[in-house]
Design a protein around this ligand. Structure first.
Ligand code: SF4
Length: 211
């Protein structure tokens, strides 16, 4: 997997015009989801509970640097259609988890940076709870839950297009996942990713000692 960090100016970030647009996007049908996104109204990190577009803009506008973080991996070369579909699903899950673990690693070292994760918050399932408590009970981790750029009203594809980075909507060569980060300092995200991988490999070695 390769991490690419694209620096973007605040005024190049494409925001939804209002909450109605964000919620309309959530409810727009897409492949295998005739009623739109299943997380809409079912996850505290998603609309209508996610921060409003205005709140997102306010929380970002005082940072100096903005980064679109794209984690990529080549699409597996498998001839059998069914196997390829299964494998792509697995790789998509793995790449999402890796990107979110990387963002979480960065966040643990940089509490003052602002982070947007890939997809809905699934912190509870990572911590072995059954599922998100939404909408019946309060969030289990209100200070740690993870918001995606889209839930907060940021259009990552349109923002990347503004800086001439085109992401394949229906990927042929690479699978990719996108997160976002705002900082007050210049960051070499490739170097940080190396450190993250090293830490992961040490943790895996320690873990294997106990088995
Ligand atoms: S931390 Fe748990 S309860 Fe809160 S939004 Fe995430 S998954 Fe839902």
């Amino acid at each position: 997997m390769v991490i690419k960090a694209y620096k973007i100016q605040f005024d190049q970030i494409v925001f939804a015009s209002d909450e109605a647009e964000v919620q309309k996007n959530c409810q727009t049908p897409y492949k295998n989801h005739p009623n739109g996104c299943p997380n809409y109204k079912n996850n505290w990190s998603c609309p209508p509970y996610a921060p409003t577009v205005q709140k997102t803009q306010q929380s970002l506008e005082n940072y100096r640097f903005f980064w679109m973080l794209v984690l990529k991996t080549p699409i597996p070369k498998i001839n059998t259609k069914f196997l390829k579909k299964w494998k792509i699903k697995r790789v998509n899950m793995r790449i999402t988890k890796t990107l979110n673990n990387y963002l979480s690693y960065l966040q643990s070292n940089h509490r003052d940076w602002k982070f947007y994760y890939c997809s809905e918050c699934n912190l509870c399932s990572e911590k072995n709870y059954s599922k998100c408590t939404c909408p019946t009970d309060p969030c289990r981790f209100p200070n740690k839950f993870r918001i995606s750029p889209e839930a907060a009203g940021i259009d990552v594809f349109a923002s990347l297009k503004k800086i001439n980075i085109l992401i394949e909507m229906d990927p042929i060569t690479n699978l990719q996942r996108i997160g976002m980060c705002a900082t007050d300092e210049n960051v070499d995200f490739a170097v940080e990713y190396k450190k993250f991988e090293n830490q992961l490999s040490i943790l895996n070695k320690i873990d294997s000692l106990g088995t």
